[in-house]
Ligand binder design. Structure first.
Ligand code: ATP
Ligand code: MG
Ligand code: MG
Ligand code: MG
Length: 580
């Protein structure tokens, strides 16, 4: 049975929703795929649900093909497992917590390492049981600081999360590679233009990690790539050597630039006072740490966009800060549309504490720019280095993650200059190692009857995000343009006019198409003008549109290709064959 527009639970909108910033969000709402319930929380309407299910199917097929086994955990979870791994606290305000009637703590799962680990611990006990990879396609909850762009960054969203369990490192490497290859197939099938970048393991702990980023100008992730050798890394992940010993304060020397042209804190305070009078500052007492983005122009005319850190929970303590100001011009920078991909530096007491050296420079990531301020802190765990701690932020081998990297810096692989680009994180794979197995006591007996801790990997795909990301890469000024494998239908049959013969013929064509195995959306509405029907078909974005109307008198129907706009008249009896 085709989906009939006369009864389909669908109303398209002529106007863009007021809160939509990006095309995918605008079009998915206007074309009747999703409806907002609350910020970052959306309903999937019938057409949207079809697309979501198609993404799920591709992901499921590729997981099954590598032998991963599907199961389903609850989203409502007790506190204890997350307490045991430290994530109840680490997640800070990013998880939804709730209490039951007995005052016990629960959370809505943001990701499920703990539950999978415990399930394997529950049922398996020997090396002979391993390796095993389990996955689910499930609704996740994260109280994102900035839900945005419809389902692109939701507070409720659908994720495929898989977890591998192995006895040794070689096994983990193999499981990881199998997932990586499945991801390549998944994203090829979804029709993404994507890059695979080195990533930081962040709040997950663990070592090797890569992200699959859909390339997109308005993506929130910034990565650097080497045009010469193809090396690519998330800006938060590039590893650079820390040349000198780490000093007593825990600040690696490589992080401090003692350049004389770096303004010092006291001078900046003076400057801030001059630029932002004390009773009219863009920050207020009680705010969290924030940074004012400024453009600094040196006397020789060169300029940089920098962030000045200001401890917002108290008045700037002028007396504690002392040094000299180099002659430079500072302007508040609010032209965020032209914000460089990589903001060049950070100066000030913020991230390292007021007593740490001034002139420490960081790579900032414009996605956390909020109005005129750049906000750091607990709402972005893992994204920035805040209070560097050995073993957490940099390794004993003398390399550091999340260190400063700039466009033009040397590629760590071949030495050429790095370029910056933007992307949307679609998938993320990690070699977690033994962190979760250790904290939850997942051990098995090895060949010699000795208990060994299991090593794990974790592998996520943003399933609902993929719907938005595909829409982001597949639309024009008229509406959505789905790749066939994700489209809510294969063919959109549009019957126009009032003539019963037209509707009968259209109905027949629908049946022919369905008999040939295609899914059909049929616009059988009476009393709706052809213009409105055509507009709707363009907005909805099914790849092939068959118009049955006036031409029928001459024995013809029209076949339109939504993407190219190309249209051709074909004899009505050939309609089905011509579509196939
Ligand atoms: P992001 O950096 O975009 O916040 P993340 O690194 O926090 O994502 P992971 O924990 O790696 O996300 O989760 C696996 C995948 O789930 C991500 O690669 C992404 O595709 C998807 N995802 C994460 N957060 C959201 C969200 N709020 N809405 C929709 N999809 C999400
Ligand atoms: Mg996140
Ligand atoms: Mg991320
Ligand atoms: Mg991630």
């Amino acid at each position: 049975m085709p989906m009939r527009m006369s009864t389909l639970f669908l109303r398209t909108l002529r106007e863009d929703p007021a809160d939509a910033e990006v095309p995918s969000h605008r079009l998915l709402v206007r074309a009747g795929y999703i409806r907002r319930v609350s910020p970052g929380i959306y309903t999937w309407l019938p057409l949207g649900l079809k697309v979501l299910r198609r993404v799920e199917t591709i992901v499921r097929e590729e997981m099954d093909a590598i032998g991963a086994q599907e199961l389903l955990f609850p989203a409502l979870l007790p506190r204890e497992p997350y307490e045991a791994t430290g994530r109840w606290t680490e997640y800070g305000p990013n998880i939804f917590r709730l209490k039951d009637r007995k005052d016990q703590d629960y959370l809505l799962g943001p990701t499920h390492e703990e539950l999978f680990t415990l399930a394997v611990k529950d049922l398996y006990s020997s090396y002979k049981d391993l390796p095993v990879t389990l996955y689910q396609i499930q609704t996740k909850y994260r109280d994102e600081a900035r839900p945005r762009a419809g389902v692109l960054r939701g507070r409720e969203f659908v994720m495929k999360d898989a977890y591998s369990f192995d006895v040794d490192d070689a096994g983990l490497a193999k499981s990881y590679d199998a997932q990586r290859e499945a991801y390549v197939r998944i994203f090829d099938r979804l029709g993404f233009h994507y890059v695979i970048v080195e990533a930081m393991a962040g709040a997950m702990g663990g070592s090797k990690s890569e992200e699959f980023l859909a390339t997109a100008e308005n993506g929130e992730d910034t990565y650097v790539r080497c045009p010469h050798c193809g090396y690519a890394a998330n800006v938060e992940a590039v590893r650079v050597p820390v040349p000198d010993a780490v000093d007593a304060s825990g600040v690696p020397a490589a992080h401090v630039e003692d350049t004389p042209d770096t303004p010092t804190i006291a001078s900046l305070v003076e400057l801030l006072d001059a630029r932002f009078p004390r009773d009219d500052r863009p920050w207020a007492a009680g705010d969290t740490l924030k940074n004012v983005i400024v453009k600094v122009t040196q006397p020789d005319g060169t300029s940089e966009v920098l962030a000045i850190g200001v401890p917002g929970d108290r008045e700037v303590d002028d007396k504690r800060l002392s040094a000299q100001l180099e002659p430079a011009t500072y302007e508040i920078f609010d032209d965020f549309a032209s914000l460089p991909q990589l903001v060049k530096g950070y100066i000030g007491p913020g991230a390292l504490g007021a007593d740490k050296p001034a002139g420490v420079r960081y790579l900032l990531d414009p996605r956390v720019v909020d109005g005129t301020r750049w906000v750091t802190g607990a709402d972005q765990p893992g994204h920035h280095v805040v209070d560097l701690v050995k073993g957490r932020d940099f390794d004993a081998d003398g390399t550091i993650e999340a260190a400063e990297v700039r466009v033009g810096d040397a590629c760590p692989s071949c030495g050429h200059g790095l370029e910056a680009a933007r992307g949307i994180e679609m998938g993320h794979i990690f070699q977690l190692g033994r962190k979760y197995a250790e904290s939850l006591g997942l051990k098995v007996l090895d060949e010699n009857g000795k208990l060994v801790t299991v090593t794990m990997g974790s592998y996520g795909v943003g399933v609902s995000r993929a719907v938005a990301a595909v829409a982001e890469g597949n639309h024009d000024e008229l509406g959505l343009v789905w790749p066939r494998q994700l489209s809510p239908a294969d063919v959109h049959v549009v019957a126009t006019g009032k003539d019963d013969a037209v509707f009968l013929k259209a109905q027949e064509i629908c049946q022919g198409l369905e008999a040939a195995g295609l899914e059909v959306l049929y616009d059988d509405r009476k009393g709706v003008s052809p213009g409105v029907k055509f507009k709707d078909s363009e907005l909805i974005g099914v790849p092939t549109i068959v118009v049955v109307g006036r031409g029928l008198a001459d024995g013809e129907v029209e076949i339109k290709d939504r993407r190219s706009g190309e249209r051709r008249a074909v004899p009505v009896d050939d309609a089905v064959r011509e579509v196939l």
